[in-house]
Design a protein around this ligand. Structure first.
Ligand SMILES: *Cc1c(COP(=O)(O)O)cnc(C)c1O
Length: 393
């Protein structure tokens, strides 16, 4: 099948909700993807931060295929080993207490919102259900998580949205305090706003916010859907901020390419979502859970070190291009934002990357976002950097 035939069939039979690039992927190996017609792409996107171990990682393939032939699914009416193994790994490596498994980021965020509201309801009764989120955040595409997202463009068409969200400025504790009140149960934020433009929160803001939340018994909730699972150079990004949130969500990279997500909470919140209050058919699916166990095993301390080194190498190399288009390069670990100067035509630059077989992402109004597989090699990075250098020249 040619690319044009595939594209025509997509347009015929698939809802046109995505602005796809003119690229069809057939298979991958390491951090390189191959197109339908044999094109070879360097992958600085990993899906959108999902293929944490790249493509065809032997241990991951073994975990998936062995579990697929053993048991693909059973219901959450029964115990299975893989999700218990995974929950134990997540808790012991974070100091958190307990996990709920879901299937995607938006769904995990729905779960954390339910957890916050029920925590408060159990303790204080009705009327304390508002959650403060940040301007420029992104929390998902469900009716509730659209409203949790602090960007007006997401608050269209689908009325009525779920009530109970107010928005504060990032990196501004006074702005959070101005939105606080007796009706508030939680503050929910990304430590690096991903879709918003790879914008890291200040250490001091996050620590002060954690103290302020603790004083007021507002739950501190972190959306680690994009920043989690090694992406920023620690298993979860909050571990580099010197805080332990009451709960956080994870998704994207957790199972290395299979749909999986979840909420992980501390001791205080472990019994909030009690029997019958929350559930999902596929949550903790054995294949996804076994794959995720392998992802966590690969992401050991040595691996975190290499993620930090590779991220620094990318950021420093791009900064050294000294491009007239680039305002700054920011991010942590292998979550990299190339912020372009005002007025630079980003879509043309991105198009040139694709024409030269480099897959990149965008974020916010003027950022090129790089989320390469965490296993990317120096050779693969250098291939991508050569394209970026050319395009940004
Ligand atoms: C991608 C993302 C989501 C949504 O996850 P889905 O799996 O697409 O539902 C939520 N929050 C953040 C921070 C994300 O990056």
């Amino acid at each position: 099948m040619t690319f044009e035939e595939l594209k025509a069939r997509d347009h015929q039979y698939v809802m046109q909700t995505y602005g796809r690039f003119d690229v069809a992927i057939d298979h991958g190996e390491g951090s390189t993807l191959y197109g339908l017609e044999g094109q070879e792409y360097t992958d600085f996107a990993s899906g959108i931060g999902v293929a944490s171990l790249g493509y065809g990682h032997p241990a991951w393939v073994k975990a998936v295929t062995e579990q697929a032939s053993k048991l693909a699914h059973t219901s959450n009416l029964f115990y299975t080993e893989p999700y218990v193994n995974l929950a134990e790994k997540l808790c012991t490596r974070t100091g958190m207490a307990s996990v709920f498994f879901a299937n995607g980021g938006g769904e995990a965020n729905e779960g954390i919102i339910k957890l916050a509201r029920k925590y408060s309801y159990d303790k204080y009764g009705m009327g304390r259900s508002t959650i403060i989120t940040l301007h420029n955040s992104f929390h998902g595409r469900t009716i509730t998580t659209l409203q949790a997202t602090g960007q007006d463009v997401f608050h269209q068409y689908f009325f009525p949205f779920t009530e109970g969200f107010r928005y504060a400025e990032a990196n501004d504790l006074e702005s959070v305090k101005a939105q606080a009140g007796d009706d508030v149960c939680a503050v929910f934020l990304e430590l690096i706003q991903g879709e918003g433009g790879v914008l890291p929160m200040d250490q001091q803001f996050v620590q002060d916010l954690a103290a302020y939340c603790a004083e007021n018994d507002y739950l501190l909730l972190v959306d680690e859907v994009q920043t989690g699972v090694g992406r920023t150079g620690s298993l979860f990004c909050f571990q580099q901020y010197g805080i332990l949130p009451d709960a956080c969500t994870f998704a994207k990279g957790i199972a290395g390419g299979l749909p999986m997500a979840g909420v992980i909470c501390n001791e205080k919140c472990r019994n909030v979502l009690s029997p019958g209050t929350h559930a999902t058919t596929f949550g903790g699916n054995p294949i996804a859970a076994n794959a995720a166990c392998t992802v966590l095993d690969v992401l050991d301390d040595d691996m975190m070190q290499t993620i930090n080194e590779k991220g620094a190498y990318l950021r420093e190399s791009i900064a050294a291009f000294d491009s007239e288009y680039v305002d700054c390069v920011r991010g942590m670990g292998l979550m990299v934002g190339i912020v372009l100067k005002d007025g630079v035509d980003r879509s043309t630059l991105v198009k040139k990357c694709y024409e030269q077989n480099l897959l990149v992402l965008t974020a916010g109004p003027k950022t090129i976002r790089l989320l390469p597989p965490l296993v990317i090699t120096k050779e693969e990075m250098d291939k991508g950097l050569a394209v970026l250098k050319n395009v940004l020249a």
